[in-house]
Design a binder for this molecule. Structure first.
Ligand SMILES: [Zn+2]
Length: 192
């Protein structure tokens, strides 16, 4: 192809680009299933072929790079992470709720507060930290673990636990530490 013709083609393509793309799109739609089937057959035939695999890998990597540059990879990862977080949150909530129900309902045994986000499980005799030290080698809120154990029936004595709101749980802690001083507090929940 000489220079002149190349120029002409380039110009022609530019002028008719929309039309060509539309035709492509139509063709793609019309032969979608057919082409997919063809692709599937081709893949089945060549999937154990090392050079085919190599080509596929190169193609996939190039596609990934392109998506990465366009920011689509990050976008997808964020979406997946959000979904995962949402799912984990739902799962935690479900387990907590189940454990609360077993212990007598989702409300504070002391003040009656029923704000789910404030509720936690309390060891009546204290020792939550000691228990987590024994099991995990460090002090941490047993929270979800104890809920899971209660739900799965892995707790030897369920009467050792109760549902308290954060405020009452703090007071309970003070009662264990400084009973004389703690007695001077009284917690009242105003409902709505
Ligand atoms: Zn309370």
């Amino acid at each position: 192809m000489n220079k002149e013709r190349r120029e002409y083609h380039r110009k022609w393509y530019k002028e008719n680009r929309e039309l060509i793309l539309q035709r492509c799109k139509r063709c793609y739609q019309n032969h979608k299933e057919e082409n997919r089937e063809k692709g599937r057959k081709y893949y089945e035939k060549h999937k154990n072929d090392s050079s085919f695999r190599e080509k596929q890998n190169i193609k996939a990597k190039a596609q990934y790079q392109k998506r990465k540059v366009e920011g689509k990879v990050q976008e997808y990862q964020n979406k997946v992470q959000d979904k995962r977080r949402e799912y984990a949150k739902e799962r935690r909530k479900k387990i907590k709720l189940q454990a609360f129900e077993i212990l007598g309902g989702a409300k504070c045994a002391n003040c009656g507060c029923d704000t789910f986000a404030f509720l936690e499980i309390n060891h009546k005799n204290g020792g939550g930290n000691k228990e987590s030290q024994k099991r995990f080698g460090k002090k941490l809120g047993l929270g979800l673990q104890i809920c899971t154990d209660i739900v799965n029936g892995k707790v030897d004595d369920i009467t050792k636990y109760e549902v308290l709101c954060r405020v009452c749980n703090a007071l309970h802690y003070l009662h264990l530490k400084e009973p004389e001083q703690a007695r001077r507090f009284d917690i009242k929940w105003n409902g709505d």
